[in-house]
Ligand binder design. Structure first.
Ligand SMILES: [Zn+2]
Length: 353
């Protein structure tokens, strides 16, 4: 394990992103709720933003902090973007917007008790700029149990003009005592059409590339923006080759494949996702769906070729096997063992082709 660097509570301004409610994509229910709560002066003292990475949890937290501190908010309660408070929010230098995130000096990044203690010391004083102090804790599931316990005290006795936002993928890994003291706000994956449009506009991608990355992103624009279409196309080629080999190979081939893939978590996740989307496309084509509904629409000729060699029964089975492996990996089962079994299953079906 790496030697811890200098102990430094990691409280810092957030990274740039949308600053206004008007720039947030999707999440209309969350925004509607926050606006209504503000109008009724019934904002909770702590929110738990729940949803996958990259769907706007941090952006909403920033927009909320900006709107709460803006000196000339717009009529629909959004920050003006021009007042001194908004300018500091945009520059990431607002003293009353704090982000508490994991320190990364160890292999497993963690939000430490020192970070929460430093935040608690801060809450003994009113917000420095006279408005609201907004703290974003993200990802909340990375809080060390001692940190979560320390935070509980703040949640039990919320200081005035303070708003806490915990962002997490799900509540399952959080203490129930923390969850019960926050108001839950479910964030939804973004609609595919919206992610495709943003990818085309922001990255100048072709429609086929934008659709391909959108399908792999699971409705997370943040993830879609980080994916490289060429790299993913290369990985897809590898996945298709592996599936082909597994279909014909010996048991030794499945074991070797499992051993190699188990070493790389990202490649493993991508294998499962790319393969699942492949079988989904074959099933869609089989139902007569138009090419524009496919994730791999740039591979139509290959898909049509494969269609002649299999049938829905085998594609359903393969999709189900991949889904089962995915569930087992998420439950932290041994990756190599899970992949051994997946390899044998795919192989068994391959021989029936
Ligand atoms: Zn303003």
């Amino acid at each position: 394990m790496a030697t811890p660097k200098k102990e430094q509570p990691n409280i810092a301004a957030a990274t740039p992103g949308p600053l206004f409610f008007r720039d947030i994509l999707g999440q209309e229910r969350v925004l509607g709720h926050l606006r209504a709560a503000r109008r009724a002066e019934r904002l909770a003292h702590a929110y738990l933003f729940l949803g996958p990475e990259g769907v706007g949890k941090e952006s909403v937290a920033r927009a909320l902090a900006a709107a709460l501190n803006c000196t000339q908010p717009l009529p629909d309660w959004d920050a003006c973007g021009a007042c001194p408070s908004c300018r500091r929010m945009a520059a990431g230098t607002h003293a009353d917007f704090v982000k508490i995130f994991p320190t990364s000096e160890s292999r497993q990044p963690q939000i430490k008790i020192e970070q929460i203690r430093e935040f608690r010391r801060l809450t003994a004083y009113p917000p420095m700029e006279g408005g609201w102090r907004v703290a974003l804790i993200k990802p909340a599931e990375d809080m060390h149990p001692a940190a979560a316990n320390a935070l509980l005290k703040t949640l039990e006795e919320p200081p005035a003009r303070h708003l806490l936002i915990l962002a997490a993928a799900s509540e399952t890994e959080l203490f129930p005592t923390i969850v019960s003291r926050c108001q839950k706000m479910p964030f939804t994956p973004l609609p595919s059409a919206l992610v495709v449009r943003e990818l085309e506009a922001r990255r100048g991608l072709s429609r086929a590339d934008a659709v391909f990355l959108t399908a792999l992103s699971g409705g997370s624009l943040g993830r879609a923006l980080t994916l490289d279409p060429q790299e993913m196309a290369q990985q897809r080629r590898q996945v298709l080759e592996d599936l082909e080999k597994l279909g014909q190979g010996s048991p030794g081939a499945a074991v070797a494949w499992a051993k190699a893939l188990a070493k790389n978590n990202q490649a493993l996740d991508n294998f499962i996702l790319l393969a699942q989307m492949w079988y989904r496309d074959l099933l869609l084509l089989n139902c007569g769906a138009a090419g524009r509904f496919l994730a791999h629409q740039d591979c139509l000729a290959d898909l049509e070729q494969q269609q002649k060699r299999g049938g829905p029964e085998i594609w359903f089975a393969r999709f189900g096997d991949l889904a089962a492996a995915h569930r087992q990996l998420q439950a932290n089962l041994n990756p190599e063992l899970t992949l051994d079994i997946l390899g044998f299953r795919l192989q068994r079906q391959g021989t029936r082709l």
